[in-house]
Design a protein around this ligand. Structure first.
Ligand code: MN
Ligand code: MN
Length: 296
């Protein structure tokens, strides 16, 4: 099977990242139950990823009910799962090559919302291939989710991945669009429909636990310097959780680095209170006759 400009060695790294991710996501999803804490679930997944691969491509996202993305437990977070809609989104890298996938565990009794996102993902994957416009994939996603009577989250989308870059082009919308980008053999893309009972527009909440390096430069402050050393050494340009930083007074240092434009913060993205969001995601390599799902 030809994979265009993607060489076989690189493709193997993506596949390995994908198979580790599948294993970890499956075993972690089993841990999501009332009474378990977000922190123990996130830490379990992250420890397993470090055991089996080169590292996490980003902190484990645990988004509950109206939350759609970028939620990750704080240091010493003791939040327990309740009767909720729980989206679990993990990323793995091998030598910087990234696999990104998500599942939703429903503890709330709204299984249809989960099915809507999963079926939308299946329809999108069926549509993927060289020459296909990203807007056509979005149309498949939108059709399925609206068919269930729900709304796709319109301002979140799938994306390309590259070495050390968890979020790059092409953008893969969760709605039908006129224009788009034509997929090509060898593209590696994550497709991630979100289905919601809400308006389909997420906005930034107040919680923020995930950061990434925006613009590296030397800083005078000692604790800020320690934060940057760890980031450069371990995470490079990939997103990290504030709880991963070991140095003293790191939380204050992170805020200062953000104000200086050195770090970028990712606030939780959420629907309106009382709404629910589900998510399904796979990473694929576009091939001559469709795609190879590396996170299956
Ligand atoms: Mn993801
Ligand atoms: Mn993604």
């Amino acid at each position: 099977m030809s994979i265009g400009p993607l060489d076989e060695e690189t493709a193997e790294k993506y596949r390995e990242a994908g198979s580790v991710l599948r294993e970890v996501l499956d075993e972690t999803a089993e841990m999501v139950e009332p009474g378990a804490t977000h922190l123990e679930v996130a830490e379990h997944a992250e420890e397993r990823i470090y055991e089996l691969a080169d590292g996490c491509a980003f902190p484990v996202n645990i988004s509950v009910d109206e939350e759609a993305s970028h939620a990750s437990p704080a240091r010493d977070d003791d939040t327990e799962f309740g009767e909720e809609m729980v989206c679990l989104d993990c990323g793995v890298h091998i030598d910087g090559y990234i696999a990104d996938a998500a599942v939703t565990v429903d503890l709330s009794g709204n299984e249809e919302l989960v099915e809507a996102a999963e079926e939308a993902l299946d329809a999108a994957l069926d549509a993927v291939g060289p020459g296909v416009q990203t807007g056509e994939i979005g149309a498949e996603i939108e059709d399925v989710i609206r068919g269930y009577g729900y709304t796709p989250v319109l301002n979140l989308s799938g994306h390309g991945v590259e070495q050390w870059d968890a979020h790059t082009g092409p953008n893969i919308p969760n709605r039908g669009t006129e224009r788009g980008v034509e997929l090509e053999v060898g593209d590696v893309v994550a497709i991630e429909p979100f289905a919601t009972t809400g308006s389909g527009k997420v906005s930034e909440g107040s919680k923020e636990e995930i950061y990434s390096l925006e613009r590296d430069r030397s800083v005078r402050d000692r604790s800020a310097r320690q934060v940057l050393e760890q980031v450069n050494e371990e995470y490079k340009t990939l997103p990290f959780a504030s709880r991963w930083i070991d140095s003293p007074r790191s939380d204050i240092a992170i805020q200062r680095l953000k104000q200086q434009g050195v770090l970028h913060g990712y606030p939780v993205l959420k629907e309106d209170d009382g709404e629910l969001v589900s998510q399904a995601e796979h990473t694929v390599i576009v091939t001559e006759d469709g795609c190879e799902i590396i996170t299956e």
